[in-house]
Design a protein around this ligand. Structure first.
Ligand SMILES: NC(=O)c1ccc[n+]([C@@H]2O[C@H](COP(=O)([O-])OP(=O)(O)OC[C@H]3O[C@@H](n4cnc5c(N)ncnc54)[C@H](OP(=O)(O)O)[C@@H]3O)[C@@H](O)[C@H]2O)c1
Length: 264
């Protein structure tokens, strides 16, 4: 299996923390030049330093930009015009009851969770197609299929990402560019770890026990019944970004511990 990405440039959105940083780590370890993105320059600088320590000799650049806006996406496309691998990871989760979610919140989440991927794909994918090779991976969620009642607008954007990924795969066709979606379940990013640590403290449980209880309560169909690691999700993303995944396009692949009850 070829996971060598030497000579490739990977743009990963929302990558100063969380799954995005994990993907950047995996891609850099496979030899890609990685471009980190986020809004805050200070967090990005720390993320870049962490990555340079984790992957000796890596080439890492960082661009501060609000990718929920047209201007922010244009800024990234101008500053980093080369992209062979686009990981549309950026996504914001917002629990809120349906009847208390105004239009503005639906629109805001749509801009960040869907339109960032639309705008960057529209900017980067034509060049990939011209070069005859490229990889696009969208981070959706199990919530895009098992729509959560406490964050309906999030679920709808994640379903939208699945449709976008599938449709874009058909647009790129036989050009050598593949487009796929990855669906994580409950993943141990910083904010999830903090939340579970708080639950563990409140309930007098060990952290792993509290994590398993949180997964079981929210997703009773989970087979693994545990919080998965960032690395477990990033491993699938890195594979999809590699030359070895060339027969996989238009697919939605789960890294969710078996939450979704479908046979394929
Ligand atoms: N964590 C999970 O359990 C889980 C489960 C299922 C699916 N997912 C999906 O996986 C993806 C990553 O989730 P995550 O939990 O790792 O995210 P996260 O930890 O919340 O990541 C936040 C990152 O996004 C950046 N960001 C936020 N808003 C931005 C904006 N408007 N423009 C540019 N950057 C922005 C942040 O930097 P700044 O704050 O500096 O902007 C930071 O780098 C998302 O699509 C999410 O829906 C996550």
């Amino acid at each position: 299996m070829i996971l060598d990405l030497t000579g490739k440039t990977a743009v990963i959105t929302g990558s100063s923390l969380g799954i995005g940083w994990g993907c950047a780590h995996g891609l850099a370890a496979a030899g890609a030049t990685v471009i980190l993105t986020g809004r805050r320059q200070d967090t990005l600088s720390i993320a870049r330093e962490r990555l340079l320590i984790a992957v000796q000799g890596a080439t890492v650049r960082a661009v501060a930009s609000d990718l929920s806006t047209v201007e922010g996406c244009e800024h990234l496309l101008t500053v980093e015009p080369r992209c062979d691998i686009l990981v549309n990871n950026l996504g914001v989760y917002e629990p809120k009851p349906f009847f208390e979610t105004p239009d503005a919140d639906w629109e805001a989440l749509y801009q960040v969770n869907v339109m960032s991927g639309v705008r960057l794909s529209r900017g980067y994918v034509p060049m990939m197609m011209n070069r005859g090779w490229g990889r696009v991976v969208f981070l959706s969620s199990v919530d895009g299929i098992a729509i959560p009642v406490d964050s309906l607008h999030y679920g709808v954007t994640k379903a939208g990402v699945l449709a976008l990924s599938r449709g874009l795969a058909k647009v790129t066709g036989r050009t050598g560019v593949t487009v796929n979606a990855v669906l994580p379940g409950v993943t141990g990013v910083e904010w999830v770890k903090d939340m579970i640590a708080g639950m563990a403290l409140q309930n007098g449980q060990a952290v792993d026990e509290a994590g398993a209880a949180a997964v079981a309560a929210r997703y009773p169909t989970s087979i693994t019944q545990r919080v998965q690691s960032v690395e477990e999700v990033a491993n699938l993303v890195v594979y999809l970004c590699s030359p070895s995944s060339s027969a996989t396009t238009g697919a939605a692949l789960r890294a969710d511990g078996g939450i979704i009850e479908t046979l394929c």
